[in-house]
Structures are given as structure tokens and as C-alpha cells.
Design a protein around this ligand. Structure first.
Ligand code: ADP
Ligand code: ZN
Length: 392
């Protein structure tokens, strides 16, 4: 399988995303010439530090003048002010200069944190992303969002800062825990649901191969996803119009994540899977899409092994539907007090609407939390979901 290159053309800030295998051994070839002989600062986490070491060895063997590595604690807590300060001061202590390059080797946590540090230290140094999760490869490494969490919420401090290159080595996904892999897959499905029915159909046929990490299937899915996100990002770099479509399932999902308390029992992609089903449910109740569309989406996600109902979050969410709808109002995408919903007129046809009756939203959430609606499907899926967990 050859390496694929997707170019993100943001006018003055053009950069390439490489997708392929064994890329870490050739990373120097992908880094723009004007920086490849300078200083590198690799930020990673302890679960993926072997990959960081590989990057370091390759860069040093290819003539890098200096290459420092900082391995952080894995997990969302690392995206904090304290660690941000630690990272910046670590770079300064090793005499980082304007022509140095920060290399993020890790998932979304490391990418967001290292990207924000790269944007901030000396008012901006070079930045290379080596995403190691499926989620980061198809989503967070494209679009230039960087940042950290605060006690007021996630990702509330940050900057748009584009990398010079993204190196997505799909072989790295082999060590990714299965649950993390599936969570990333939810974002892949999202691209099909937003505006590409034929990609969704391809996923119905080959999603299992993607999740079994068949190289050709993963490479195709990552490329399609990256192109889909890039298309939207290029059209709309700072998130006004079309970029909002990327939030399909996310307003519901973020509220579920907040309700679950960010304690690891609900991964972002799992929340998005449930949220996308809710968005289809809401759209179907509004008569915008058919019930068959809703069932088709839910069935695909469930077959892959993703949760599709809030009822499947264990231990169960204690919040009631009203409380979760209230949490939706805290989402940072709320504009002038109005909550925008990403709805669908069918699979592959998403749009933004602010015109949704609140009672209907409460009903959708209530049913997802567990009611008698679709009982048999729900039971069937719940068993499936349990078996996925028990096989971890
Ligand atoms: P994301 O935000 O991209 O979902 P995180 O940065 O939170 O991901 O990473 C999820 C978890 O998976 C972390 O514990 C991280 O250390 C671990 N991880 C990331 N990539 C890999 C990989 N390729 N192999 C094994 N573990 C990984
Ligand atoms: Zn997401």
C-alpha cells in the first residue's frame, strides 16, 4: 500500500497530511527542508513514547542538531494550565528558537496541548503532528484547533494553529485499545452521515475491515475522512457556517460527556455515536428523515460495537432528560442564547437549524436514556455492547 498525501490548502498556510505505513522511519522526508536540520521538541505520553523514540532516532540519524523528548501522563487531565506551563518552560530551558519544531506524538490530548504550546512559545514555532489514535488521525489533527481545558469547561483556552505537516501512520493504530479505536470510528461514520451517502454505504460494507485494521480499508477510511474534514475546514477555517456540520451528534454528545463526568466511562467518540443517533431520532420526529434512516445508522454503529443509546452507559447516568438538555445549553457552540442543532434530511444530508421545539429534544433524550421505545432492538444492542466490553 502506497503512502497517500492530502494537501490542505489554506492559502498562505498550505500543508500536507501523509497517510501510510512505517512512516516514522521516514519522517525526515516529510518535514519541510528549511527546518529539518534544526532543533526538535517531541511531546508524547507514556503509552506511546516508543513511537516518540522512533521519531527521535530517525531525526537524529538524519542530521537533526538536537532532539529533546518530554513524555507526559496519558489522559485528559494533562491538557491543563499546569502542564502547559511545564511544557513551555521545558522548551525554554532547552533553548528553543523560532526555527525549532515541536512534534506531537500522541492522541488528541497531546496534539491539542503540544499545538497550543507550539503556537505560544516565542509567539509560534514549527509544529508537526504525529497522531497515534484513529480519532486524532481523522479529526483532531486536521483543522488547526489547539488548546487546553479549564475548570469552566474543556477546550476553552486555545488557538487556531496549523501544523507544517501531519504524519498519520496507520500501523501505530495496532496498539490502540479497541475501545479507543471504535470511538474514533464514530467520527469516521460522521463524515458519511454529514454529506456522503456513498461513503456511509462503503462503511456498511467495509467498516468491519477498518476496525480489524486491514491496511487498505483503514488507509481509505482515514483518507476519506481527512479529505471530508479538510473540505469543510478550507471552506470555513474559523467555524462559521459549514464547519458547524462537523458537530453532528456533538451537542448531544458533549452533554452526555458532561453528565457522565469525564471519568473515562464514556469516551468522546462513544458520546458522539449516541449523539448522532439522537440527531437522527430528532430529525425523524420532525419529519425531516425517515425512521428507516435512523434505524440504519443505529444498526451500523451497533454492529461495529459502538453504544447507540444513553441507556448503555454504565453505570447508568443518574441525570434525567431535562438536566441533560440543560447541559446542552452550556455548549460553547451556543450563539446569542440559541442552540443550533445539526439535523439531517437523510443519510449524507446534514444541515443547521435553530428551530427545534425543546420538548421534542427532551423526548429524544428521555428515550435514549431508556424507555419502552424500540425495546427489542435496544435489548439486542445492549447485549452486543456488553459483550464488547467484556472482551476488552
Ligand atoms: P484522543 O483524544 O485522540 O481520543 P487521547 O490522547 O486521549 O486520545 O488518547 C487515548 C488513550 O490512548 C491515551 O491513554 C493514550 O495514551 C492512548 N494511546 C494513544 N495512541 C495509542 C496507540 N497508538 N497505542 C496505544 N495507546 C495509545
Ligand atoms: Zn468529535
Amino acid at each position: 500500500m502506497g503512502t497517500k498525501i492530502v494537501t490542505i490548502d489554506l492559502g498562505a498556510k498550505e500543508y500536507d497530511i501523509y497517510i501510510g505505513e512505517s512512516l516514522l522511519y521516514r519522517i525526515h522526508d516529510m518535514i519541510p527542508d528549511d527546518v529539518s536540520g534544526g532543533k526538535f521538541f517531541i511531546i508524547t505520553d507514556n503509552n506511546v513514547s516508543d513511537y516518540a523514540r522512533q521519531v527521535q532516532e530517525t531525526l537524529l540519524a538524519q542530521g537533526a542538531q538536537q532532539c529533546e523528548t518530554l513524555a507526559l501522563h496519558p489522559g485528559e487531565k494533562t491538557k491543563s494550565f499546569e502542564i502547559f506551563q511545564q511544557v513551555c518552560e521545558w522548551m525554554l530551558s532547552h533553548k528553543i528558537s523560532r526555527d525549532s519544531v515541536v512534534v506531537a506524538v500522541g492522541g488528541g490530548v497531546i496534539g491539542d496541548l503540544a499545538g497550543y504550546a507550539a503556537a505560544s512559545v516565542l509567539r509560534g514555532v514549527g509544529f508537526v503532528q504525529v497522531p497515534t489514535t484513529l480519532l486524532a488521525q481523522v479529526d483532531s489533527s486536521v483543522g488547526g484547533k489547539t488548546g487546553i481545558n479549564t475548570s469552566y469547561g474543556k477546550n476553552l483556552i486555545g488557538a487556531f494553529y496549523q501544523p507544517g505537516v501531519v504524519v498519520a501512520d496507520i500501523e501505530i493504530l495496532k496498539t490502540l485499545p479497541r475501545r479507543e479505536l471504535l470511538a474514533g470510528y464514530a467520527e469516521v461514520v460522521k463524515y458519511g452521515l454529514i454529506e456522503d451517502l456513498s461513503f456511509f454505504e462503503w462503511l456498511e460494507e467495509h467498516g468491519r475491515d477498518v476496525c480489524a485494521l486491514d491496511s487498505d480499508a483503514v488507509s481509505y477510511a482515514v483518507e476519506k475522512s481527512v479529505r471530508a474534514k479538510a473540505d469543510v475546514v478550507i471552506a470555513d477555517e474559523k467555524e462559521q457556517g459549514r464547519r458547524a456540520l462537523l458537530n453532528l451528534g456533538h451537542t448531544f454528545g458533549h452533554a452526555l460527556e458532561a453528565a457522565a463526568g469525564y471519568d473515562g466511562r464514556l469516551l468522546h467518540g462513544e458520546a458522539v455515536a449516541i449523539g448522532m443517533v439522537m440527531a437522527f431520532d430528532l430529525s425523524s420526529r420532525l419529519g425531516l428523515c425517515t425512521k428507516a434512516d435512523l434505524e440504519r445508522v443505529e444498526e451500523h454503529l451497533a454492529q461495529i460495537g459502538l453504544p447507540t443509546r444513553a441507556a448503555f452507559i454504565t453505570p447508568n447516568l443518574t441525570q434525567n432528560a431535562e438536566k441533560i438538555v440543560e447541559l446542552m445549553g452550556n455548549d460553547k457552540k451556543v450563539k446569542k442564547g440559541r442552540l443550533n442543532y445539526i439535523l439531517v434530511k437523510g443519510i449524507g444530508n446534514a444541515f443547521v437549524s435553530a428551530d427545534v421545539p425543546q420538548e421534542l429534544v427532551v423526548e429524544v433524550v428521555r428515550d435514549s436514556l431508556g424507555s419502552d421505545d424500540g425495546q427489542s432492538l435496544q435489548e439486542m444492542l445492549q447485549d452486543k455492547w456488553k459483550s464488547v466490553f467484556s472482551s476488552q
